[in-house]
Design a protein around this ligand. Structure first.
Ligand code: GTP
Length: 594
């Protein structure tokens, strides 16, 4: 146990965490050079393409340092705010953290939020100034920021470049010397924290754990404390590049467990594994992850509903944070109301449905969850605008609020405050981290930031702003349901719940945007926005002048067929509502109201 080091890497997105992890694996010969692929830990295709780490993973390295053999367990963490709960669990499984800061960017919001999590878990922090190979690196300035933030000495900061392979040996030395060995009692009742799980279609769910107390043997009867379910530990082992089975694993170690679990819902990150016949207490801090954004998912072809259901079921086996239930829309027919951790998660789900299951789907207007009170204390949870009770029977509505932490350069403070106020934010605090770096804290409605807020923030700060947020509760707000009608017919899937003060402006801009996005048809389309019975905006899509097929009258039949084929392809991600065709972009038009 004395030579085990459990550590994670915390960094803001794109500061080079995965690249650095690759170098550590290379340097410790955990992977042979020919097996080395860039960003080895990001082994989902989608992750590699997008260059982001979606799920955290763990890997064990062996390192010989000053005459001793060390076991280094690296727990990789995702950088995006949608997945911050997973970060918090991986941090809880470690004794130390490498704090990576891009020397050309400086400290960002997730650097700080993850750092606070790490400090909250008493981790030893090793600051690493990364990407020092870049010509525009600012090592002095960024070192000042780090010193001010964590109060370390200048000499404690390791200068490194994952790309150029600089400073890797120093980092490994610091891991061995500065990070404490795990504590705990191998003879005590078993207490192992689940910090991640991975779906494997052949072997079932692989559970990743860290043992805090006790010893786990292959074949043991184990219980997951929060779900109450029991299993047999069919296989346990450590995570190298491949899994290496072991007969026994003890306190301080990190590994995997396979016990034939088929459904991701049974494995909750943060849960505790213990023995059935000698149970321990659960490890503190367990939380059920809650969806933040809700949207409908509908098949483009109504006949594919059952197939979509089967695909969603399979996807959910492997993504425990995805929740859904059947939903019916007057406009779109049968589909599903889904809950996501955030917009990125929603995009990923849509993309995975298309890639892995070959489904073409439409996602409807995203919404947060509102609480509608029909009396002072009778509350209805509203995950979709169509679920909103009749306004005549509503006492009041509450909406989710967040605490948002934004870090940027001093010169952008003005525009950022203006943007946040426009999004109904309240400035709570403003601190200068250095003379040029400002941290601002706002309280804001979640509904205002889940959509395009982050893009706007990036634009007005020319990329120099970062955001982190957490839910702080529900507050009363004056919300109304805004309906959209096409040729007089209400399209429920286009409705949105918006703040009353903004409803007129929204309605107007939404109609304008829809006019741009709806393809012309043979007839005129009237687009109207309404609150209750009252029409507040109107636009018209003019009829198309000519039928495309008219050109080929009497012409060659194969040419005609080609044209029809082309039209069919163009129809992907379109839904027929009444006699109007609505493309996917139109459902997401609310995200792009400018
Ligand atoms: P997430 O996993 O999405 O949080 O990103 P990350 O922090 O793992 O960053 P990643 O390793 O994917 O690197 C982000 C980008 O920075 C990539 O384009 C890398 O090639 C580049 N990069 C990483 N390390 C270095 C470095 O030391 N020097 C230079 N010049 N570029 C680097």
């Amino acid at each position: 146990m004395k030579n085990i080091r459990n550590f994670c890497i915390i960094a803001h997105i794109d500061h080079g965490k995965s690249t650095l992890a690759d170098r550590l694996l290379e340097f410790t010969s955990t992977v042979a050079e020919r097996e080395m692929q860039n960003q080895l830990l990001d082994n989902m295709d989608l992750e590699r393409e997008r260059g982001i780490t979606i799920k955290s993973h763990a890997i064990q390295m062996n390192y010989h340092y000053k005459g001793e053999d060390y076991v280094l367990n690296l727990i990789d963490t995702p950088g995006h705010v949608d997945f911050s709960y997973e970060v918090s669990r991986s941090i809880a499984a470690c004794e130390g953290a490498l704090l990576i800061v891009d020397s050309s960017q400086g400290i960002e919001a997730q650097t700080i939020s993850n750092l606070y999590l790490a400090i909250g878990n008493d981790l030893e922090i090793i600051p690493v100034l990364n990407k020092i190979d870049l010509p525009h690196a600012m090592p002095e300035e960024v070192s000042d920021q780090i010193i001010e933030l964590i109060g370390c000495d200048r000499e404690d900061i390791i200068h490194a470049s994952g790309k150029a392979g600089i400073g890797i040996e120093d980092i490994l030395a610091a891991i061995c010397e500065r990070i404490p060995a795990p504590k705990g009692d191998p003879t005590a009742p078993l207490q192992a924290l689940i910090f991640d799980s991975v779906f494997n279609s052949y072997r079932g769910i692989e559970v990743y754990f860290r043992i805090f107390n006790g010893t786990l043997k292959k074949g043991d009867k184990v219980k997951f404390i929060n779900t109450g379910k029991t299993y047999e530990a069919d296989e346990i082992g450590v995570l190298k590049l491949n899994q290496e089975p072991r007969q026994e694993m003890s306190t301080g170690n990190v590994g995997y467990l396979i016990s034939g679990i088929k459904n991701a819902k049974e494995v909750k990150v943060g849960d505790t594994i213990t023995h059935v016949d000698r149970p321990a207490q659960g490890i503190q801090g367990f939380e059920d992850v809650k969806p933040m954004v809700f949207a409908g998912i509908y098949p483009v072809e109504t006949s594919e509903y059952e197939e979509l259901r089967a695909s969603m079921e399979k996807l959910q086996l492997n993504d425990a944070s995805l929740v859904w239930e059947p939903e019916t829309s007057a406009a779109l027919g049968f589909g599903f109301r889904c809950g996501f951790l955030g917009m990125l998660h929603m995009e990923i789900v849509q993309e995975r449905l298309e890639r892995e299951f070959d489904m073409t789907v439409i996602t409807t207007v995203p919404s947060v969850q509102f609480h509608a009170y029909t009396t002072k204390d009778k509350m209805v949870k509203v995950n979709a605008p169509s679920e909103m009770p009749d306004p005549n029977y509503i006492d009041h509505i509450e909406e989710p609020f967040i605490k948002a932490q934004i870090i940027s350069k001093a010169e952008f403070v003005g525009p950022i405050i203006t943007l946040c106020m426009d999004k109904r934010g309240i400035l709570k605090n403003q601190t200068y981290l250095t003379s040029d770096r400002v941290e601002m804290t706002f309280e804001m409605p979640l509904a205002e930031i889940v959509f395009d807020f982050f893009d706007k923030l990036k634009t007005i700060s020319r990329g120099y702003a970062s955001l982190d947020y957490e839910l702080i509760g529900f507050r009363q707000s004056n919300m109304v349901k805004l309906d959209i009608m096409l040729n007089g017919e209400k399209v429920d899937a286009l409705s949105a719940i918006v703040h009353r003060d903004k409803a007129y402006d929204w309605g107007k801009r939404l109609c304008e945007k829809l006019r741009e996005l709806l393809p012309r048809q043979m007839f005129e389309i009237a687009i109207q926005a309404a609150i209750g019975q009252k029409i507040i905006a109107r636009e018209t899509v003019k009829a198309m002048r000519k039928n495309v097929l008219a050109k080929c009258y009497g012409g060659d039949i194969s040419r005609k067929r080609k044209l029809l084929e082309k039209q069919k392809k163009g129809k992907k991600r379109m839904r027929q509502v009444g006699n109007v065709e609505i493309p996917q972009e139109a459902f997401l038009a609310v995200l792009k109201l400018d």
